[in-house]
Design a protein around this ligand. Structure first.
Ligand code: ATP
Ligand code: MG
Length: 774
């Protein structure tokens, strides 16, 4: 069985090809194999024309083999005559519709082996012949393409005189004697380092001014990103010393996030939005609430022009490296998302890394235009070409260990910087035509420093350049007369209601366009409903014996668990992806976590209601439950409640765990418990006493209870139970399954309680657990 399952799922993954698709096929296959395997509904209760389904389910063979092995044992050999069975064991097999002769055991084993062989061979074929999905990049039709080309030409030619309509206040940023420490990493403690703390920045001071483009450079590991994170207040751990001032006033993080933008090195965007929607969302929540939506849209258009994204307005963002925008377009989107907030100070971490020369030039042109609007911009940058390097005004150079070794203007053709370093004795002169950036990094590397025998950091501290910088820092560190500190009364630009609306609008756009997710969801719901309907055709209308009740219990159990769990598992990747975006948007101070959480839950509801509607409308009449309004209402209500807790459970597990693999693992583990103790596989009365609390703590069990009782709790037809007197359905439910009147209300309220609990935990976890470390 195990080999067969692995082969089957390998095969499904190979033909599904994307995670969502594979998840869907996996769930669908699981449901089909399980339902048709003779356990949930016995073979004899299946429609004659569905028997083939029984014989094609691998589960059938596994179940038969295991059952034969057990019930043909001597322990079960006590004589008992029922139909043409002669022992207790055979009777059990017969009643359950299973095979009764021993030779079938080996046949079943061989068939299972055959299944695993076939599935493995099929997966080889699938891997060989099926092409990888998602090869398409952005789809732009010819007309749009023309616009795009034109805009690029205009972009190339135009001088950078774009006028931005939204006012912003030009602000300088000064930082003085910044030290940053982290707790000593465990790996280094192992190597015998005894210090408690590791210093990543040492006494770094400097100033960034409006309209000046500053490059932050240094070899890899020098501490560039660390410095940006510290200045922008994006560090989640560690200890910061020193002062940071904005326009002469001490920096406060709440106000700072309102006037600054941070383009992170990784371009994190919701994949299912268009470029325009991403910008609208950012502008909506990051511009003052007195900006009208008309002004906002005009401003967005202007920003799109500035970063040359107008032609891609309606292109989907997509997943990095797979669909949608190319790396360079994503980078420009990252910049645009920050720009539409009209920030005064912008940090960019390696905006050109990973781009080819042309793409890097486009991005740098964007950056340059931004600076020329009078904003303060700082970029960390790696291996720039000469042109890119010379488009910067100032340079901040760091060496390993987080020390500053140069801070000042580059000068024409980088002459100031070259002069400074060449004046240091022993430093080799720059060669004719050499890239000054490359030369500078070369001579300041640790080995070069060692060869020449100097400490650049020390030299810098004694230089006249340093004294000039001190003077500048002191000047900019004092507020100008007639200015006042930044002050924004509420914590966010928009009030709570608007935040909820914006988040819901965004989630809704993203959900609607996530076609794979929707297709999987609704096709699966439809397919499972039809399958349940066919397999359990009319079993609810004619109850004659014990097995009929078990079959109904089977459909109820299937309804309570499978679709809900499918929802939970296809939801997790979506929620996991959004959480990464949440971290960025929270850091930018766009909305409160509560607004986000409410939107995330609310956007699910309509989709869920449609699912429940499809399921109930198909399954309920097909299985022949009584057509009364009350009973249908109870059925639909329990389905809604069960979908709700599964959905919230899925969200909660994502919020509680660092990644979706762990979330999936955890929810599957719990799902097994919910499954086993739902009252179907083993009735409540038969669960050992010390395990019975699991039944009562199990929402799936409550759903099965509620569905069973609301459908059959008042049925009084007599049924046959082997070895017992005839009894009514109601009595059987009470006596054998322990489903009584008195717990019914409790069970219904427990649903509501667990939904509230999961929602609450989801919110708490999203708010307080940060799995992002920087
Ligand atoms: N939280 C942390 N704990 C321990 N060490 C850290 C931590 N964060 C960064 N470092 C170390 O600090 C140094 C500086 O890191 P940082 O990411 O700032 O470098 P960088 O200059 O941005 O390099 P790159 O050019 O590769 O992006 C690195 O050696 C890094 O390993
Ligand atoms: Mg870095």
């Amino acid at each position: 069985m195990h080999q067969m399952s692995m082969a089957l799922y390998r095969f499904l993954a190979a033909i599904g090809r994307t995670q969502v698709m594979a998840n869907m096929l996996g769930t669908a296959a699981l449901i089909a194999i399980y339902i048709l395997g003779g356990f949930v509904i016995s073979k004899d209760s299946l429609q004659p024309w569905l028997r083939w389904g029984y014989w094609t389910s691998p589960f059938t063979y596994a179940q038969n083999a295991v059952a034969l092995n057990e019930f043909l044992d001597d322990r079960w050999a006590t004589e008992f005559h029922y139909a043409n069975a002669n022992t207790v064991g055979e009777t059990i097999l017969k009643v359950r519709g299973l095979l009764t002769e021993w030779h079938w055991y080996w046949i079943c084993v061989s068939i299972l082996f055959g299944f695993s062989l076939v599935f493995n061979i099929l997966s080889i074929f699938a891997l060989q012949f099926m092409r990888s999905p998602h090869k398409h990049q952005v789809n732009i039709n010819a007309k749009k393409m023309k616009v795009l080309c034109n805009s690029q030409i205009v972009g190339n030619g135009s001088a950078s005189t774009d006028q931005v309509i939204l006012p912003f206040r030009p602000l300088s940023l000064v930082f003085d004697h910044i030290n940053y420490f982290v707790d000593m990493p465990k790996e280094m403690v192992k190597y015998g380092v005894t210090d408690k703390k590791l210093q990543l920045l040492q006494d770094v001071s400097g100033a960034f001014r409006p309209g000046v483009l500053t490059a932050l450079m240094g070899i890899t590991g020098a501490g560039k990103t660390t410095l940006l994170d510290v200045l922008a207040g994006r560090k989640t751990g560690g200890y910061i010393e020193g002062t940071i001032k904005i326009a002469g006033y001490p920096k406060k993080q709440e106000t700072f996030s309102r006037i600054s933008g941070y383009c992170e090195q990784s371009d994190i965007h919701s994949p299912n939005l268009t470029v325009y929607e991403s910008l609208q969302f950012s502008a909506w929540l990051r511009l003052p609430s007195n900006v009208t939506s008309h002004q906002r849209n005009m401003f967005i258009d202007e920003v799109m022009d500035l970063v040359e994204l107008t032609g891609l307005k309606n292109a989907m963002v997509g997943v990095a490296g797979a669909t949608g925008l190319s790396a360079e377009q994503r980078k420009r989107l990252t910049i645009a998302v920050e720009l539409v907030a009209s920030p005064s100070i912008i940090f960019m971490d390696e905006p050109t890394t990973g781009l080819d020369a042309r793409a890097a030039a486009i991005v740098m042109r964007t950056v340059r235009k931004t600076v020329d609007t009078g904003r303060t911009v700082v970029c960390t940058i790696h291996q720039p070409s000469i042109e890119i390097f010379e488009s910067f005004d100032e340079l901040l150079l760091m060496k390993r260990g987080g020390q500053l070794i140069y801070s000042g203007s580059l000068g024409p053709l980088s002459s100031n910087m070259i002069k400074y370093f060449e004046a240091i004795p022993g430093v080799p002169r720059i060669k004719e035509g050499q890239n000054p950036a490359a030369w500078m990094l070369d001579i300041s590397s640790r080995t070069a420093e060692y060869e020449i025998g100097v400490d650049y950091a020390e030299i810098y501290q004694r230089s006249s350049l340093y004294r000039e910088n001190r003077q500048l820092i002191d000047d900019l560190g004092k507020p100008e007369i007639n200015t006042e500190d930044l002050h924004f009364p509420p914590r966010y630009w928009q009030d709570f209601r608007a935040q909820c609306m914006a988040c819901l609008w965004k989630q809704n756009c993203a959900y609607w366009k996530n076609s794979e997710h929707n297709v999987v969801r609704f096709i699966n719901t439809f397919a499972v409903s039809i399958m349940f309907g066919i397999v359990f055709w009319k079993i609810g209308s004619n109850i004659k014996d014990e097995q009929d009740v078990f079959n109904i219990l089977g459909i109820v159990y299937g309804s309570a668990l499978f679709l809900g769990f499918m929802n939970c598992s296809i939801l997790q990747p979506v929620v996991g992806m959004e959480r990464i975006v949440l971290y960025r948007e929270k850091a930018a101070g766009m909305y409160s976590t509560m607004a986000y959480a409410i939107a995330q839950v609310a956007v699910e509801l309509p989709y869920m209601f449609v699912q429940v509607f499809i399921f109930s409308a198909i399954v309920y009449p097909m299985i022949g439950f009584q057509m009364t309004a009350t009973k249908f209402f109870w059925f639909a209500l329990y389905m809604v409640l069960s979908f709700l807790y599964f959905t919230l459970y899925g969200m909660m597990t994502v919020a509680l765990t660092p990644n979706i693999e762990i979330a999936a693992g955890l929810s599957f583990l719990i799902f097994i418990f919910w499954n086993v103790f739902s009252g179907f596989i083993i009735g409540r009365e038969m669960i050992p006493v010390w395990w019975r609390w699991v039944y009562w703590a199990n929402p799936a069990a409550w759903t099965v209870y509620g569905l069973m009782f609301s459908q059959l709790g008042d049925r009084t037809e007599l049924i046959q139970v082997p070895g017992q007197p005839e009894q009514t359905v109601k009595e059987f439910l009470e006596g054998y399954l322990g489903l009584q009147d008195r717990y019914f209300n409790l069970v219904t309220s427990l649903h509501v309680a667990i939904i509230a609990l999961f929602a609450f935990l989801f919110f708490l976890a999203i708010k307080h657990l940060k799995f992002q470390r920087r």
